[in-house]
Write a protein that binds this ligand. Structure first.
Ligand code: PLP
Length: 359
């Protein structure tokens, strides 16, 4: 069988895909596919409510946070969050720990005065900016950071303390990978295509008082309050993606919930880092040990001339999508929720064998 290490769109749980396949033509008693029925039908509205309730249960989301399922990916939120959370002329603090934080700051800049409160560029994004060095301003509209940097492979182990300014986090690549204290955030957002479901769906969890902050004139489709007032059905949503996200949430619950996910994910990452660090320099991960991501693990061979051989042979061995992001080169293994320990063991066995054969 194959193991898919893609960074996103990423592997989905096999059980979810099989369930979707089994009910693809006739969903429940709709006598049609779930993607063929109106989003405003009783059946779909009930499904949407079920999904929200399952998510609230899994992630312990308090009642004063609104859950939205939108489109446009995390990239649209880079701009929308600035438009909605900051008034014209206000400033916001951004903490940069990799590619995606940089992009979030760039996309927000037309709508808010972006201040870089801290950045780890000097370390070439191999370490997190130490919390003591962050220049936060209590007058900022919000503080934005990226808890897990998908390309550089850095992750914050803890939620930073930022005082009373709302903390906004792009959780695209680590949402639902471990329990999270939602109350520490003003807003959490995530593209679905790593840990939630297929691409084309974006999850927002936003504290209710922030919904109505927007003061600038803008179209309804850009307004969080409008989406909230219409239960994420302001226009036709990605119904199939929403449904698949629902199946994925049920799968996480069957696995034991977020606490069980945290244990699985820690063990997988530890297995791969141990293989890299124990390879005597044959493989190398450059990230500071305290900042290493559990989800995305970039690694480099001691000789880059072997990269193409490694990629060809790993693919032949059923280990898919290990090519690193073009910005960094080398390899990257993404170990989201759907990747079982068995897949990581298969990768490690291949890496050890490759080392022996090409050492
Ligand atoms: N933020 C992070 C951390 C990501 O990993 C990605 C995509 O990989 C994005 C944002 C962009 O997401 P989207 O393609 O959904 O706009």
């Amino acid at each position: 069988r194959t193991w898919n290490f893609a960074a996103g769109p990423a592997a989905m749980p096999e059980e979810v895909l099989r369930q979707a396949q089994a009910e693809l033509l006739e969903w429940r008693d709709a006598r049609a596919s779930v993607m063929e029925i109106s989003h405003r039908s009783k059946a779909f509205m009930a499904l949407a409510a079920e999904i929200e309730s399952d998510l609230r249960g899994l992630a312990a989301i308090p009642a004063h946070y609104k859950v939205l399922f939108l489109q446009g990916g995390a990239t649209l939120q880079f701009a929308l969050l600035a438009m909605n959370l900051a008034a014209p002329g206000q400033h916001a603090d951004y903490v940069l720990s990799g590619h995606w934080g940089e992009k979030a700051a760039r996309e927000a800049a037309p709508y808010v005065e972006v201040r870089i409160a801290a950045d780890a560029r000097a370390s070439q994004y191999r370490a997190l900016p130490p919390r003591a060095d962050w220049l936060l301003d209590s007058g900022a509209a919000y503080v934005h950071y990226t808890p897990n940097e998908t390309i550089h492979g850095l992750e914050f182990a803890d939620i930073p303390e930022v005082g009373s300014v709302p903390l906004v986090a792009d959780f695209s690549s680590s949402i639902l990978s471990a329990p999270l204290d939602v109350t520490r955030f003003g807003m959490i957002y995530a593209g679905a295509q790593k840990n939630i479901g297929p691409s084309g769906l974006t999850l927002l969890i936003i504290r209710e008082d922030l919904l109505t902050r927007a003061t600038r004139p803008m179209a309804g489709i850009f307004r969080y309050a409008e989406h909230a007032a219409h239960e994420s059905m302001l226009n036709t949503p990605n119904t199939f993606g929403w449904y698949l996200a629902g199946l994925t949430l049920q799968w996480i619950a069957r696995c034991g919930g977020l606490a069980a996910m945290a244990v699985r994910n820690r063990r997988k990452a530890d297995t791969l880092y141990a293989a890299i660090d124990g390879s005597g320099g044959y493989y190398r991960n450059p990230v500071d040990a305290s900042a290493r991501s559990r989800m995305n693990i970039p690694f480099f061979l001691h000789d880059a001339r072997l990269d193409s051989v490694f990629l060809r042979e790993s693919e032949q061995a059923g280990l898919l999508a290990l090519k690193g992001h073009r910005a960094l080169g080398g390899m990257r293994a993404s170990l989201y929720n759907a990747m079982p320990q068995e897949g990581v063991e298969a990768l490690v066995a291949f890496m050890q064998d490759f080392n022996k054969r090409h050492g």
